[in-house]
Design a protein around this ligand. Structure first.
Ligand SMILES: O=C[C@H](O)[C@H](O)[C@H](O)COP(=O)(O)O
Length: 230
């Protein structure tokens, strides 16, 4: 059911895609549907050039014959379509559940428009129930972890800070070669202030709060797809 909703959100977002566009391709189970749909459209003549937000998405896109470029050759994109882990008021997002937050944020920021596609379970009144992914440099990991812990205390976090592991128990490493810490806040009523506090910590490469980046969301539920504008 949820996967069907993810597909329908992805399908609805295709209304925004036209030939000639430079497109950012998101990462995750919802974005995967979008990439599949773009792949079929390319095979039927859609003329787009794309930048993937992860190695996984890049491999999927290559397999579908989607033409790819990079931000050196194409520093500005028309549109990025991506999933989200949480979608809050003002289309503020938590992203990075798949560990792709750094490339996703760079690509979204390089795009004239970013659109989120999601099933309705992602909508929240207050961000923070989903643990906030924070990408950190391996050098100084202990000190950076302690500094993030102090920020969590300042922001009344309800839970702990955990290093992300893979299913086999070894540390997760991002496409950029960094570690991920998952911060269990419970509630993030002031995402802007938290975002600023996190980027001020040396060793924090990026965090999963996407604020002011997303202009529209296609959110699918049992009754259809809602379009939310930020
Ligand atoms: O790092 C991963 C991305 O931010 C995903 O877009 C996010 O985790 C949502 O993924 P999914 O569509 O699988 O729920």
């Amino acid at each position: 059911m949820t996967d069907d909703q993810k597909y329908r959100a992805a399908e609805a977002a295709m209304a925004e895609v036209t030939s000639g566009m430079r497109l950012g391709l998101g990462t995750g189970s919802t974005a995967k549907h979008f990439v599949d749909i773009v792949g079929r459209a390319v095979q039927n003549g859609l003329d787009v050039i794309c930048i993937p937000t992860s190695e996984v998405t890049a491999a999927q896109a290559r397999g579908l014959g989607i033409p790819l470029t990079d931000l050196e050759t194409t520093p500005e994109l028309d549109l990025t379509v991506d999933g989200a882990d949480e979608l809050g008021p003002g289309l503020a997002l938590i992203k990075g559940g798949g560990g792709a937050l750094l490339r996703e944020k760079i690509v979204a920021a390089a795009s004239k428009r970013m659109i989120v596609i999601a099933d309705q379970s992602k909508r929240v009144e207050v961000l923070g129930r989903y643990p906030l992914p924070i990408e950190v440099n391996h050098f100084g990991l202990g000190a950076t972890t302690a500094a993030i812990g102090a920020v969590m205390a300042d922001f009344n976090a309800e839970g702990e800070l955990r290093r992300r592991l893979k299913a086999d128990g070894t540390p997760f490493v991002t496409d950029g070669g960094h570690a991920i810490l998952d911060a269990f806040f419970g509630r993030i009523p002031q995402p802007e202030a938290l975002a600023k506090a996190l980027v001020d910590i040396p060793g924090v490469v990026e965090h999963g709060l996407f604020i002011g980046l997303c202009q529209r969301a296609y959110v699918a539920g049992p009754a259809g797809v809602d379009v939310l504008d930020g």
